[in-house]
Design a protein around this ligand. Sequence first.
Ligand code: M6R
Length: 609
Amino acid sequence: MCGIVGYLGPKQAAPVLLDGLTKLEYRGYDSAGVAVLNPDGNIDVVKAKGKLEELKKAVDGGRKLRGNCGIGHTRWATHGEPNEVNAHPHINDEQSIAAVHNGIIENYAELKAKLIRHGYKFYSETDTEVATKLVDYYYKKYGDPLEAISKFSLRVRGSYALAVMFEKYPQTIFAIRKDSPMIIGVADGETFLASDVPAILKYTRNVYYVENLEIARLEKGAVSFYNIDGDEKDKAPVEITWDAASAEKDGYEHFMLKEIHEQPKVVKDTLNSLLHGGEIDFTEIGLTDGELENINGIIIAGCGSAYHVGVVMQYVIEDLARVPVRVELASELRYRNPVTSGELLIVISQSGETADSLAALRAAKERGLKTFAIVNVLGSSIAREADKVIYTKAGPEISVATTKAYSSQLIAGYAFAVKLAKVKKTITDAYYSQLINELFALPEKISSVLENRESIQKFASRTVDKEDVFFLGRGVDYAVSIEGSLKLKEISYIHSEAYAAGELKHGTISLIEKGTLVFGVLTQDMLVEKTVSNLAETQTRGAVVAAVASEGLKLPDDFDRVFRIPETDGHFTASLAVIPLQLFAYYLSVLRGNDVDKPRNLAKSVTVE
Ligand code: M6R
């Protein structure tokens, strides 16, 4: 939530900052702002309510702000309504210090009261203005930015990625983070700061991942790191291998459509990173067969779509490897007092920064559980803190609605399940080989589903006025249904519910009326008849029924529309069945004139509780 950027170098800062913010707009988009140190040595601040376009107009694409050192912010409001006053950067009274912040200062009210007692006045409702003025307070007291930031961090509770400019230090940006992401990139004579890699990918691939409570001092083409006591630290950059083009739309109308089409590739890349010589091989991530053999229980935690991947994994792991699995919403798990008995905790997260998932991971570690993460963003907090990590190879995912990250998480989950089953000897060698072949066949099968996009587009245009859409399925098909439903409500704003097909008649069927659209997901041989009966029950009450079904499954001929997907092993059908549902949500969102990539009220990376 919220994106921050910083730049120092020979170029005009404002256009670079605006460009970086464009890549981070997925993190928040209710207001934005930039602060640039002008050639007269003063800090100029421009802010605007609404999407980044408004800020770009306000600064005339950057031309109204001159100077080579600046910071910027795109906001997802937590404290105070989204307006220009509450937008970042925030400044001290003399406008000699400006700061941008991603995170939440939990004790901001108490700090604000303290600062008011010291004569400070406040113009906004934000915790960030409090943070800025607290830095100002300590700067005035100690006369040193590093000391001020260090004192700030000892005094605040909560999460922050904070970048601060001081008028008296014209070619320097100071920064610190705790539990909110921050990276710093260095190129020849230039230094960049951002919440996420895509913001700086076109300028440099040499990236430093700032650690919790590490202070950074950015200068042109250089960066120094300090611990909280002010001692300098050695730190090496990481080379980012992501392709710069992957953070561009590449001719597609929306990032979501581009990312949907990237799925065959990212699934293949993820698979290739986990298989060597035709065998699933976790030695690179340090997960030995001995460790796998000792797993007697698994808890999977995640939020949103990542949680939905966990639901698929539960079915697949239990069926293949016969190990008990519990799937938990990370936001619930973190506040429960669960009974655990040495299970492995698997956390799934695209961003690796989701606050609830990170907290669930930390709580599990405190209980002495072994932890394992499936993460997309290299060097992210969850990736760093988990005992072992599988990196999915989705590349940067920009659209708020996840598609390619979800698909690559599924693949990583399948590989884990199949490997566990092999080690536990719950599947034969022949079936193991067959499953591997099926995994390798998935990218092409996903491509073939994508080829049918026009029929889904047509169906979407016929259903654009629906007010309610239900998704029904059993087993893995239920897991796909909850993802299809989330995707739809997230970007089309159409009310939707997903139900385990057998559960509908325990209450929810009362919502079905003439014309209600019900999507059946039908990929499981053994369950198809049962789900078809449940769909028939909705038809009897006037529902229009559409289905996503595996080739070869016999269906009644009175369904309004059937989207067929290729056959695969029953454990892997989620990878194919989800594609028509992603496309359906996408086209409905477009048809309704919504902002597909940046749906209202949402942010890509949820770094607050
Ligand atoms: O970065 P994460 O995978 O931890 O994010 C979890 C959810 O916020 C995310 O999957 C969310 O539900 C998506 N926007 C759904 O499309």
